[in-house]
Ligand binder design. Sequence first.
Ligand code: NDP
Length: 252
Amino acid sequence: MEHAGKHALVTGGGTGIGKGIAVALAEAGAEVTITGRRADTLAEVAALHPRLHALVMDVDDETSVRDGIAKAAAARGPVQICVANAGIAENSPFETTTLDTWRRTMSTNLDGVFLTFQAAMATLGPQDNGRMIVISSIAGVRGLKNAIPYTVTKHAVIGLIRGLSEEFMRRPITFNALCPGYVDTAIVRNQLLGLMRRFGVDEQGAIDMIAKGNRHRRLLEVDETTGAAMWLCSDAARSVNGQTIQISGGQV
Ligand code: NDP
């Protein structure tokens, strides 16, 4: 119960990586606000634990984020743990990537993190401890072909946490990024379908294609990102600040 009495907020907490972290934080005692655009998905996850609280919030919409986080803080206190996890991934070659795709990806994966962190930090007093975590990607530390907007946003959020770790040096808040390789969630399942269609391979063939950079030749499981996030939230990680942690089976 290390996090008893704390309020945590996880964007995209109704599915995949965010859901894993949200449930673990609730089990560790935190009151956890989980956000996303789908009320039904959030309600199903909130039913899993009495300390999980659903909040419909679209990170593409400034008012939705600012009002949503202020409302959650009014109900459950300052957001001492904030996991900016909501994100989208669209694949296309650079030449055919549209400006719409570029802007949509920037809006969700970059502007959404900026707004989430700013609104969450506005709930903290000068002495409050804080853990700000962004879910970047292995695409935040290396190039990923056919996913240029995604790669750019995942690099950019690393710049964000590095800058914030300098700007808030005197405050007891840490800013870190997790950089997973391919994790078995909806985002990756969608990519597998695309590969199966494009290359005429079965599901295992598609998994083999995207997992070939992982030295263990497999997709990561959600509990692996959960474990890293829980460590960053722990007291033991209080001096880990401005860092990127790769969880990728050694993929470089
Ligand atoms: P999911 O598709 O399961 O999760 C994405 C989440 O983001 C959903 O819960 C979705 O909720 C939410 N979301 C998307 N757009 C918005 C929006 N505009 N406003 C609010 N919420 C939004 O996939 P993952 O769990 O895999 O992805 C989580 C994060 O992890 C993403 O940032 C992704 O880039 C990153 N990541 C994933 C990897 C992987 O291999 N799976 C690898 C590296 C990083 P809803 O649709 O209800 O709004």
